[in-house]
Design a protein. Structure first.
Length: 293
């Protein structure tokens, strides 16, 4: 005789089966950041989710930034952190710190934690194989070596996936001049999802999702079509650091990624809750209804 707990576990696994079948053999890109990257329990949950997805045959790719870690290292080196329009001003010295932190300790700590959780990961950054090619972003001079992506070569990622690894990617870019560029992690993750023709692109944030009023949880917006995004930016509903996140989701959907969603990374195992249910738990960016007919 099954206990209620045993039956509940069996029901959960049975309910997950169609979603596992949907994603098995497909690429899912997760942009990792926010509180889920600094809270030890949440970090453990995210890495165990990545391992579980890989073990059931899903080709998961983890793309990460590391703003707090970069700011912490700059402070220790007595280098001031400056931002313009949500982007870190990056002189040559800061660019070196960005590369050291992102592609070094931050990246390798995540690779190590995936290994502790029973997975097999490999650390990459945009410089490897000239994966993320970039040039200096047009904008205020003080932005310095903040880059915009000119091309993404997915070959290093595909090679890692083919060999059974979870690629963990730090978002540095490389210019034709050999200079390292600081790339916005949301923008880079979106570009990687598009280049890989991912089935799903998930970005973790520190809020429930997109809100019409950031101070009102009841104003949560569950669905936005790609044609509505620019209007919501004009209205100020999407503002500040939320703009590159949502624009990235808009871009990947228009470029053929199957699904793009922003979820609350403060919820343990939020990736599984999003992927293995019809309703999901975040804000889904989708094609306009007439475009899906």
């Amino acid at each position: 005789m099954y206990t209620m707990d045993e039956k509940l576990r069996a029901d959960v696994l049975t309910a997950a089966l169609p979603y596992i079948q949907k994603y098995t053999g497909r690429v899912v890109v997760v942009k990792y950041g926010g509180n889920a990257m600094v809270n030890p329990n949440l970090k453990q949950a995210v890495m165990s989710d990545m391992v579980l997805l890989a073990l059931v045959g899903i080709k998961v790719v983890l793309v990460h930034g590391g703003g707090p870690e970069i700011s912490g290292m700059l402070k220790r080196l007595d280098i001031e952190s400056k931002f313009v329009n949500g982007l870190r001003c990056t002189d040559e010295q800061t660019a070196q710190v960005v590369q050291m932190v992102l592609a070094g300790k931050t990246n390798k700590d995540l690779v190590s934690l995936i290994g502790v959780c029973g997975g097999k990961a490999i650390g990459l950054c945009g410089i490897d194989g000239r994966m993320i090619q970039a040039r200096k972003m047009d904008g205020p001079k003080e932005l310095g070596y903040v880059g915009e992506i000119t091309a993404i070569d997915p070959a290093p990622i595909l090679n890692a996936l083919h060999d059974g690894y979870i690629p963990v990617i730090a978002t540095c870019g490389i210019g034709e001049d050999g200079m390292t560029y600081n790339i916005n992690a949301d923008t880079a993750a979106a570009g990687i999802a598009s280049a890989l023709k991912a089935e799903n692109f998930i970005t973790l944030t520190d809020i429930r999702g997109l809100m019409r009023d950031v101070n009102d949880e009841n104003s949560f917006i569950a669905h936005v079509d790609t044609d509505q995004v620019d209007q919501l930016i004009a209205e100020g509903v999407i503002a500040g650091g939320m703009i590159p996140k949502i624009k990235g989701l808009q871009k990947v959907v228009r470029e053929g990624v199957g699904r793009a969603v922003m979820i609350d990374g403060r919820i343990p195992h939020s990736i599984l809750l999003e992927m293995f249910s019809d309703e999901g738990i975040g804000t889904l960016i989708e094609k306009p209804k007439e475009a899906t007919k």
